[in-house]
Design a protein around this ligand. Structure first.
Ligand code: PLP
Length: 389
């Protein structure tokens, strides 16, 4: 049969051979072919694990999920387009009208927006708890309580929540525990070992590690993941295969990157402690951290973020940022390039002073995400900026 050159050009493709690429190939495809109608029927009937369509599954995405599962000690997972879509899909799957959930008052801003603005639209109520009031969970849990959601360490305040206590109390009442493990990464903290049912990541941060892509992932109990998968398969928050491929590569270097980030972060935190322009420094593995004992128990390192309060309030915070030469001013964290942010005048500017105080966002709070530059250069930059704050 002699087809038209256009037809041949359109239909020409690389055939898979038995050569194995060393670097994983990128499966940038919307859908997958079947050899015959029977195979396609069986896949649609869930009788096989064959890939059908990339909103449901994709080999590049599955490789990323499998790597996260290995690192977190999880049996199953699903990857999403961003951290927020992972969090939203989890809430949508596990909560129904009339249900109640509990979280801590120091959580990521967009998570707070979903809990307080959107979940009530579907009749889902919540209570917030201070990070050091874990024992009060006993009185807050009601018969309708389905889920406890926590972040540790928290963004941006670096508060630490006692995961073991939360899990013990929650499981006594049959309540599911979901942990946002974005700040610690599975290199330093594995919530499933403390009994968490699900672990969520914004892969946008340390997992990518170079500020290139958005991504999210949920791993944990297979029965819960199955329900989340079913919701996502229909509603479509799927991670793009290209982003999954980037993130999967990133996971291969996560441990060595995190060790350097954390080592430099601790060195920066120690250099800031006692500086005359700094009223306090917060880093989970500094003895001065209010939850140092818990942080030591559940985290093998303090992570890559350091917080401190520059004396002189909002203006000094802004002056400090303006004086930095090396640190980037950008709304991200977990990059090879160090980043500084001033929550009171940016991410949390819409809150009142009193509301900010409630979630420990003090006027001169600076959040540093420590990158992979040489630490002496980072300390020199921070010190010269403090002189101008
Ligand atoms: C950034 C972040 C998120 C949201 O993730 P996106 O990938 O930006 O959607 C959730 N939790 C924490 C702790 C974060 O830092």
């Amino acid at each position: 049969m002699s087809e038209h050159p256009i037809t041949r050009a359109v239909r020409t493709r690389v055939e898979r051979t038995n050569e194995m690429e060393h670097s994983s190939p990128l499966f940038l495809t919307s859908s997958f072919c079947f050899d015959n109608a029977e195979d396609m029927r069986a896949a649609f009937a869930d009788e096989t694990d064959d890939n059908i369509y990339s909103r449901f599954s994709n080999p590049s995405v599955q490789e990323f999920i499998d790597k996260v599962c290995a690192l977190e000690g999880a049996e199953a997972g699903f990857a999403t387009a961003s951290g927020m879509s992972a969090i939203f899909s989890t809430f949508m799957t596990l909560l129904s009208a009339g249900d109640h959930m509990i979280s801590f008052n120091a959580i990521f801003g967009s998570t707070h927006t979903i809990i307080t603005k959107y979940l009530p639209k579907w009749g889902i109520t919540h209570d917030y708890l201070a990070v050091d009031q874990v024992e009060s969970l006993k009185t807050l849990i009601k018969p309708t309580t389905k889920l406890i959601y926590l972040e540790t360490p928290t963004n941006p305040g670096l508060d630490v929540v006692d995961m073991q206590r939360v899990v013990d109390i929650a499981h006594e009442h049959g309540v599911i525990v979901v942990v946002d493990n974005c700040f610690a990464t599975p290199i330093f903290q594995r919530p499933i070992e403390f009994g968490a049912d699900l672990v969520i990541h914004s892969a946008t941060k340390w997992i990518d590690g170079q500020g290139r892509t958005l991504g999210g992932v949920i791993v944990g109990k297979p029965s819960l993941i199955k329900d989340i998968y079913t919701f996502c398969r229909s509603s479509g928050p799927a991670l793009s295969p290209f982003n999954a491929w980037v993130l999967s590569k990133s996971l291969e270097t996560l441990e060595v990157r995190m060790e350097r980030h954390a080592q430099s972060a601790l060195t920066v935190a120690q250099a800031l402690e006692g500086h005359e322009k700094v009223s306090w420094v917060k880093y989970p593995h500094l003895k001065s951290h209010p939850n140092y004992e818990i942080a030591k128990r559940q985290m093998s390192s303090g992570g890559g973020v350091v917080c401190f309060e520059v004396k002189g309030g909002i203006e000094s915070g802004r002056n400090f940022l303006n004086a930095l030469k090396l640190f980037s001013m950008t709304a991200n964290l977990g990059d090879a390039r160090s980043i500084a942010s001033h929550p009171a005048s940016t991410t949390h500017a819409k809150l009142s002073e009193a509301e900010r105080q409630q979630v420990n966002i003090t006027p001169g709070l600076i959040r540093l995400s420590i990158g992979l530059e040489k630490v002496d250069d980072l300390i020199a930059d921070v010190v010269q900026a403090l002189e101008k704050a």
